[in-house]
Design a protein around this ligand. Sequence first.
Ligand code: HEC
Length: 260
Amino acid sequence: MAGVLSSVPRYGSSYVLIVPTRLAEKIPGPNATEVANLEVGVRSGTDAGDAARAIGITHIRTYPLDGSPLQPLKDVADGKLDAAVIWAPLAGLGILELALDQGQVALFTIDKPHAAPPSLRAARVTDPCAGAILDALNVSGVLPAELLVSVDIRTFIGTPAPHFDLEQARAGAPIYEEFCSRCHGPAAVADPKGLAPVDLRISIQRFTYAGFKYIVLNGRPSRSMPPLRGTVSEEQIPLIYQFLKARSQELLPGPAKESQ
Ligand code: HEC
């Protein structure tokens, strides 16, 4: 993924201050006076140092640019450093790579969008995967880039569709409501004026389960269906599927409050 990010020169974003949760509890915000007492890691040759100084941080530990881009974050995780200031997309990547996504750290956005740091800048987009990300960014604005690397459909092709189960369909209704209804409408009916003019009651009959899952995970970014990998969990997808199956057979109404 670092290689892909490096090929996306227009992926501009801000710097974030990352602190372990135990310290975050004592810090009301990035401009709080407590922040000035932290020892903060930044990589030399990036704008991170300036971003840190701009919020009053004076105790700065500098990391060489040619070392691991995630070293400051790793030191925060290992308790060797109070905090780090990192370019936001890299911070997101690092949090995933170092498995810190279970609430171990807190992030504060501390400034405006920036271009990628020089170490991650590349002159031209040659990698097809990065090109696809760039297209999606141009179409949909900033999206977490890692969501746009396709899930390999071969890993679940042939997975049988879950057996229809009305209880599971009922459990799927609020999940559908939460993640899909704002575009597909509360009752999954095609709405020519809606954001997604497809009738999911019909789509669900047409797609194999693998195809359905693939679209939910990867979206169709060029046509405004966002990738929902990381948003919708592996356990929720079959329940949404069950709900749509039930809708397609009119076994369940749309969510009550909006169904009429
Ligand atoms: C931000 C809006 C948005 C959200 C949220 C969204 N979709 Fe979509 N979806 C779309 C659009 C727009 C299309 C039509 C894309 C196209 O024309 O190919 C679409 C297409 C689809 C298709 C393909 C339909 C077909 O017949 O080609 C499926 C399946 C689908 N969405 C399922 C879901 C599910 C399930 C959820 C919730 C987990 C969801 N979508 C959330 C916008 C959205």
